[in-house]
Write a protein that binds this ligand. Sequence first.
Ligand SMILES: Nc1ncnc2c1ncn2[C@@H]1O[C@H](COP(=O)(O)OP(=O)(O)OP(=O)(O)O)[C@@H](O)[C@H]1O
Ligand SMILES: [Mg+2]
Length: 509
Amino acid sequence: MNNYDFDQIAVEMKGITQKFGSLVANDNIDLTVHKGEVHALLGENGAGKTTLVNSLYGLYHPTSGDIFINGEKVVMDTPNVAIGHGIGMVHQHFMLIKPFTVVENIILGKETHKHGVLDMERATKEVMELSERYGLTIDPTACIQDITVGMQQRVEILKTLYRGADILILDEPTAVLTPQEILDLIKIINNLTDQGKTIIIITHKLKEIKDVADFCTIIRRGKKIDTVKVADVSESDLASMMVGREVSFKVDKEESEPGDIVLEVNDLHVKDNRDIPAVEGLSLKVRRGEILGIAGVDGNGQNELVDALTGIRKAESGEVLVNGNNILGLNPRGILDHKVSTIPQDRQKRGLVLEYSIAENIIIENYKKAPFSRKGWLNFPAIREYARKLVKEFDVRPDDENYISGSLSGGNQQKVIIAREISNNPDLLIAVQPTRGLDVGAIEYVHKALVAQRDKGKAVLLISLELDEVINVSDRIGVIYEGKIVGEVKAEGADENEIGLMMAGGSNS
Ligand SMILES: Nc1ncnc2c1ncn2[C@@H]1O[C@H](COP(=O)(O)OP(=O)(O)OP(=O)(O)O)[C@@H](O)[C@H]1O
Ligand SMILES: [Mg+2]
């Protein structure tokens, strides 16, 4: 931040237009990025941010427009051309090879040889030098599958630096990170720009833009709205420029009126992938008409809890009752039949079949039921009508139920899952990081939708790493620490510091 040089333009995109059939994803966009600056791209889900940076990295070929790197016009035919011009990109879905080590992944495709033999020692030394220089802490010999998401991301960044990148594109790097890892990444970005690197970053979090970026370009429905100096604007200015209206960050809701118990978890024990206890004697209750939020630092058993509740992972012992019936040991389908819906954390792995249309994904859990099926035949008009209604209601863009889900922007994929799960009319809705990757307008909508479910008498279990979200949306908050609920507070008027202390293992008494 604040290291840019106004006399040197690193990236200039002029009049970039990108069409996909009749859809104009980028409409005559100009972008100027100075050397050494952090430039944020902000826009609603589907606005065209990823498309724009994909063109800069040679993954897409714009229908029209020109790209200049350090003043030289470049036709970005392939990512290799982009890399040759010092551009590196870290995608939101990492592209690392799991069984390989950190160093192997970094040098892959650019190996150093000595007498025809791979010079691992020298490569490791070079990688470690880069790692120290930019504060990118890694364990060079660890396998990718055993390291945290934060470290995997550092490996991706090192990989671009190892290939000589001076201009780094980061597409929603913080969406997959824990709050602590986000602080680390901001430090790394500052180190990079201190040493003359240029950063283009996409994020939906306005606070991060304020914290790290010098300039911000706002894109709305494929068009550039403006480029602003971040120091001159507030978070709500940014939000209204992006959405075209005022956005409320506060969730309005009435006092909850809890009814019968829907979910009851007693003394649950679940192990993680490495066979180590992750959930250790956890108990909780969620009633009709209330939202129980689970706050906690990542890695305290949240994932294993959700996996056990949804039938993806076997529990060691304990009891999980839904409306009084034990569901532990049932498979995901069986649990669904108990009227439990889940908004999963990983939309690409568990949420959607990317090759299917929006409509197909929307009825994927219910296609055998009326009205979607009649005498064993699929009732396409009914399916399309239902899907069209949800697409409108949840503002999925483009609003075309026949659109292939894999072509949707990340945030719009998330909206399709949320639309499907909420509309299943569950008794219990489990929402795991439901607003990850969503723009502020969509977050506002999803939060309202969760509260509306509550008001309809559903039980909602919200699990999120974002404390703001938990405090804002929930009625009660349970704090998870080392696999147990260690404290509970009312969300109304909750003290962030008190919760933070419990999250770190301190007591609330
Ligand atoms: N390969 C593709 N084929 C067809 N349509 C595409 C393709 N890539 C993107 N689109 C469409 O272009 C538009 C812009 O998508 P893009 O991924 O750039 O959005 P985004 O601003 O990155 O959104 P998000 O914040 O949700 O990631 C969307 O309507 C999307 O569906
Ligand atoms: Mg995107």
